[in-house]
Ligand binder design. Structure first.
Ligand SMILES: [Zn+2]
Length: 478
């Protein structure tokens, strides 16, 4: 089990353990009257009981039978509410060398928002995030289960802080040795200063070592070249628009120097064709390349002129130091003309419109917020729920959306036998919702309770986690 935040309180309150049935430990609990959502099929098993013991789902069955196995205090009535697997945010950055305490305070918020697993897509706090991952797994820290890339690969002098910068194949191998030693969960690569050929070699070499490899798409590599090299996932759906043009011809012009990188975006925009893009998505599906759209960040920036975030409720959890990092993107956008702003909005809409096409082509979509101090108004935990609503607005069905935030993440890491769905033997990460998420995905925002690694957290306890996060923020701000 991960750390039980309320364990000490519970021991004090109860004094002694209740009698328990055969084969069941004193950690066992039963959830009654649950409508269990099968995220694979979309079927709902109504009025079921779920027996959970030592962090695992033991069985799903009859309420009176299962509740007889545990003491009365360990039976929780879901009251005919909907139970889904714990949510996954497949793209966050726990980052900022001066934001260690600030980030640590945000970990419980993920759980309070029903997010029991996050994928950290690399940061300047790489080693610390790895340590937090292990502490959470060892019950020493309370938070969501973390999968992390540690630090990402880049070229020399990239704009991002804390990258593993490489100039040649020897340095690539040294950095991969480093990532091996870190025991990272996957490898992330970005393209700020990393040349396309070394980027492609990095993908191949990381794959050889058995890693999933994800990241951005450089201007001097085609999406198809990356897919063929075994890229596991493309981060950000903005890169999908390249598949609507003659991507390899444009990449060739960039490589030969006929086209400047700064002009490539406009060319991709002006030559975008939806049918061409759809054929490209089928290619991605064939190659098994997943996509993490991360719509919410682009949306927040494109609509900054219409939305005043000063009174956002979530700001009560974020330190002034944390939100001060938002300014760079706001400043960068301040010089935009109204035409440029409209173009940004149009581009956002076109990117969002690609989601149903990606889904129809059979591409695996991973829900990820890109929540990070550097990503303006992309609030940790809350933004995943906003991302899911954007998926729905873009035309994805609620079941497909639920999959992007549960089982798809588990399949990405090849841990679907352990995580991402509700069945006997699975890790007990669950969210109990007040309404049916298969009808409207915004139901994920109306949480009745969370089970985090076998620990039942009632609404009252979740609210206590939220209150504590606020207290820490106020303290850190002083
Ligand atoms: Zn990111």
């Amino acid at each position: 089990m991960k750390n039980s935040f309320f364990f000490l309180l519970a021991v004090v309150a109860l004094g002694a353990c209740q009698p328990t049935g055969p084969g069941v430990s004193d950690e066992a609990i039963v959830i009654l009257n649950a409508h269990v959502v099968d995220v694979m099929s979309g079927n709902v098993e109504r009025e079921k009981a779920i027996l959970i013991d030592s962090g695992r789902i033991v069985s799903i069955g009859d309420g009176s039978e299962l509740s007889a196995l545990v003491g009365r205090k360990d039976v929780f009535d879901a009251g005919g509410r909907y139970v889904i697997p714990g949510l996954w945010d497949m793209h966050v950055h726990i980052e900022g060398e001066d934001l260690v305490e600030d980030n640590r305070a945000l970990l419980p918020l993920y759980v309070a928002y029903g997010i029991t697993t996050v994928r950290d897509c690399a940061s300047d706090l790489g080693e610390l995030v790895l340590a937090w991952r292990d502490s959470i797994n060892n019950d020493q820290l309370f938070g969501p289960q973390i999968f992390t890339a540690g630090r990402k690969l880049e070229g020399i002098n990239s704009i991002w802080k804390g990258d593993l910068e490489i100039a040649n194949k020897e340095e690539l191998q040294q950095m991969l040795d480093k990532l091996d030693a870190y025991n990272v969960d996957f490898v992330k690569i970005t393209e700020n200063t990393l040349p396309g050929d070394l980027f492609l070699t990095s993908v191949k070499e990381a794959k050889k070592r058995g890693y999933k490899v994800t990241g951005h798409v450089p201007y001097d590599l085609s999406v198809e070249e990356l897919a063929t090299a075994g890229f596991s996932a493309i981060e950000h759906a903005s890169y999908m628009l390249r598949l609507g043009s003659d991507d390899s011809a444009i990449v060739d012009s960039i490589r030969s120097g006929k086209l400047a990188r700064t002009d490539a975006g406009a060319l991709y925009n002006s030559t975008f064709n939806q049918d061409t893009a759809f054929a490209g998505y089928k290619m991605l599906a064939r190659q098994g390349v997943a996509v993490t759209p991360t719509l919410i960040g682009g949306k927040q920036l494109a609509y900054l002129d219409e939305n005043d975030h000063q009174n956002d409720d979530y700001l009560k959890y974020l330190t002034t130091r944390f939100t001060s990092k938002y300014q760079w993107r706001i400043d960068r956008m301040a010089g935009e003309t109204s035409e440029q702003n409209q173009a940004r909005k149009d581009r956002y809409q076109l990117i969002a419109e690609q989601l149903p096409y990606l889904h129809k082509a059979g591409v695996t979509i991973l829900a990820g917020s890109d929540a990070a101090a550097l990503n303006t108004f992309v609030y940790p935990a809350q933004s995943l729920h906003e991302e899911l609503v954007l998926f729905q607005e873009a035309g994805l069905e609620p079941l497909a959306i639920l999959q992007t935030a549960t089982v798809n993440g588990a399949k990405f890491f090849n841990v679907q036998d352990n995580l991402g769905s509700i069945a006997p033997g699975m890790q007990a990460d669950l969210v109990i919702l007040n309404s049916n998420p298969l009808e409207d995905i915004s139901a994920t925002q109306d949480i009745f309770a969370v089970v985090n690694d076998g620990e039942y957290l009632s609404r009252e306890k979740l609210d206590e986690l939220l209150r504590q996060a606020q207290v820490i923020k106020d303290k850190l701000d002083k």
